[in-house]
Design a protein around this ligand. Structure first.
Ligand SMILES: Nc1ncnc2c1ncn2[C@@H]1O[C@H](COP(=O)(O)OP(=O)(O)OP(=O)(O)O)[C@@H](O)[C@H]1O
Ligand SMILES: [Mg+2]
Length: 247
């Protein structure tokens, strides 16, 4: 049975004169993949940053269990089991996969870094999400898009969590890489990791999401079960609204 993990209610956020989010309410449930789709600049990343604790909303409420918050700090979000992979992946390109997975959260043996343990744990985490990186000591700048995404996800999952936030997990990836990433997300869902995914790719969203929110210009246009709509219907909805706006 799916239960409500997080509810964001009536969230507003402006950057000077730009109204990035206007009255956004979204529910995220356990054991499911929830998706947010929308055009460039519609407010998707801003919303993810509010849930991950890296941005404060101007108003609104975030409910986690029976607790109500007017904003989350990064440590509140982590304590609530929220794990985030940002749009830019936030990797240190000069460092290798192991160093990136443990960035800022290294395993120690006394006063020394426990490199052996970190290497083994990194290999285990990558194996768990079926990401193959033959040489873990290669700087991540030399890895493929899918491998880099894998390193970012392995870092996010280093500590057990309940909800994974992913901002454009397959942007700028080739067909094969993007297929691998989609399979990785399906696998995580089977392992009961709920996900909130942002994507431009409607076909891909329909392949993995259980519930879809459509955003436009900072507002939620639609909230629908994936089984009750189609990519064509959502595309039309977005276009129709755009026409209305232009007329
Ligand atoms: N730190 C900021 N300062 C000023 N404006 C910002 C800031 N962050 C976002 N914005 C603006 O807020 C609006 C929403 O941006 P956001 O990044 O949330 O959109 P998005 O839906 O993630 O777009 P994309 O699909 O291109 O990633 C945009 O108009 C953007 O320019
Ligand atoms: Mg974005």
């Amino acid at each position: 049975m799916a239960e409500k993990l997080i509810s964001a209610e009536h969230i507003y956020k402006s950057f000077q004169h730009i109204k990035a989010l206007r009255d956004v309410s979204i529910d995220v449930e356990s054991d499911r993949i929830t998706a947010i789709v929308g055009d460039n600049g519609s407010g998707k990343s801003t919303f993810i940053k509010i849930l991950s604790g890296s941005l404060r909303p101007d108003s609104g409420e975030i409910r986690i269990g029976d607790k109500k918050h007017s904003f989350l700090t990064v440590s509140d979000a982590i304590a609530a089991g929220i794990r985030t992979v940002y749009q830019d992946l936030s990797l240190d390109n000069c460092k290798d996969s192991v160093e990136n997975i443990f960035l800022g959260d290294e395993m120690m043996r006394g006063i020394f870094l426990d490199r052996k343990a970190m290497r083994e744990e990194a290999a285990r985490l990558l194996e768990e999400i079926r990401v193959s990186i033959p040489d873990l000591s290669e700087p991540v700048r030399n890895l493929s898009g899918g491998q880099r995404q894998g390193v970012a996800i392995a870092r996010a999952l280093r500590r057990p969590g309940k909800l994974l936030l992913l901002d454009e997990p397959t942007a700028a990836m080739g067909i094969q890489e993007s297929r691998r990433t989609v399979n990785m997300l399906k696998l995580l869902k089977e392992k009961s990791m709920a996900q909130l995914i942002i994507s431009h790719n409607l076909n891909q969203v329909f392949e993995i999401a259980d519930h879809i929110y459509v955003m436009r210009a900072g507002e939620i246009l639609a909230s629908v079960a994936a089984s009750e709509t189609s990519p064509e219907e959502l595309r039309e909805l977005i276009l129709r609204r755009e026409d209305e706006r232009l007329n």
